[in-house]
Ligand binder design. Structure first.
Ligand code: KG4
Ligand code: ZN
Length: 336
């Protein structure tokens, strides 16, 4: 059968990214221009700055993706692009660019859901992974427990009621002065800390089996820090980071394992920026092994935002016949 090469574009937050992906699984190039150093100055992503940086970078990023893949637009069969959820101004840059290329080259345009992209990152390095499986998507904007029933067919089992897991990491990191983005920094210093040093409440939601809540835990951590300051006491940031991380990981693992057991799933995957967390990867691996389940996780570079994952998702949408019209628009709160 014919090989399908997709040029994928991702611009939903603070990375301008383009990739060329062959048959949904083979990454021929994966270019990411990160704006982190710019947003760091403000302690978080500033939407207008993100949009402006995307429009400045996007042509160059696409050019690099094509040249690193050793190809040209003439050999591209379809354009895949993230059209939501995300920052509206940021999404619009990628969507407009994708539409312009698809129109000029007269090739199909495939709009992709950002979360579907994160999940599909698992296809890149795991040729044996096929639905059905359960995937935990934990990033700066989302914490979803998803059942992937077939390619492109999802059922949301649980979601966060308030903060996303990555958001909690970022807020706690900011409170202990680690800077943005906080996830990788907490991950690093937690390795030196004692996870049992401080008892933080396990974020639990009573009425929905697989839902998450992280704002209570975040507040408990912030209260602890303020309490120390008021009493003139010091605390060990490494112990605090390790104790906070333990509480997050326990909830993510607990809900995920309850879901896969209930559904009788044999395969479990993680995705999103928080999936690059070393403690979470270890704990999930162990939990899956204990249950005789196969565990999948993308390499860290495919966990955080990238376009290769959008190319993987776009391929299966393309095979299923999904084609976006010239009226494709950015949808900031797009549902899966
Ligand atoms: O998937 P992503 O790049 O963007 C969104 O779609 O949100 O995720 C970014 C989030 C940030 O909150 C960041 O702090 C978190 O993922 N993150 C981590 C780690 N690396 C990134 N959280 C914990 N441990 C990490 N190693
Ligand atoms: Zn993301």
């Amino acid at each position: 059968s014919k090989e399908i090469n997709i040029l994928a574009i991702e611009s939903s937050c603070d990375e301008t990214a383009a990739a060329v992906v062959r048959n949904g699984r083979e990454v021929r190039s994966n270019i990411i221009s990160s704006q982190i150093d710019l947003h760091k100055l403000y302690g978080g992503v500033v939407p207008e700055i993100a949009s402006r940086k995307h429009i400045e970078k996007i042509n160059q990023v696409i050019k690099e993706a094509l040249s690193e893949a050793g190809t040209t637009l003439d050999e591209i069969d379809a354009i895949g692009v993230t059209y939501g959820p995300g920052l509206v101004g940021a999404l619009l840059v990628g969507v407009a660019e994708a539409k312009a290329i698809a129109w000029a080259k007269d090739i199909p345009l495939v709009g992709v859901h950002h979360i579907e992209g994160h999940i599909s990152a698992n296809y890149i390095e795991h040729p044996d992974l096929e639905p059905p499986f359960v995937c935990l998507v934990a990033s700066g904007g989302h914490t979803h427990l998803v059942c992937v029933k077939e390619y492109g067919k999802y059922e949301i089992l649980g979601r966060t009621r308030d903060d996303a897991a990555g958001e909690a990491y970022d807020k706690v990191a900011r409170a202990i002065g680690l800077g943005y983005p906080g996830g990788p920094k907490i991950d690093r210093i937690a390795k030196e800390g004692n996870p049992d040093a401080i008892q933080f409440p396990k974020a639990k939601v009573n009425d929905a089996e697989y839902d998450f809540s992280f704002s209570g835990l975040k507040s408990a951590v912030l209260n602890y820090i303020n309490g120390c300051k008021m009493k003139g006491e010091t605390f060990d940031p490494a112990d605090l980071a390790a104790s906070f991380q333990k509480a997050v990981v326990e909830v993510l693992v607990g809900n995920s394992m309850r879901a896969v057991e209930k559904l009788g799933m044999k395969k479990f995957a993680i995705a999103g920026g928080v999936a690059s967390n070393s403690a979470l990867r270890e704990a999930m691996e162990e939990a899956c092994e204990k249950r005789g389940m196969k565990f999948y996780r993308p390499s860290p570079i495919y966990c955080t935002d990238n376009a290769a994952m959008i190319g993987a998702a776009a391929y299966y949408e393309y095979l299923a016949g999904t084609r976006s019209g010239w009226d494709l628009n950015a949808v900031p709160n797009l549902k899966l």
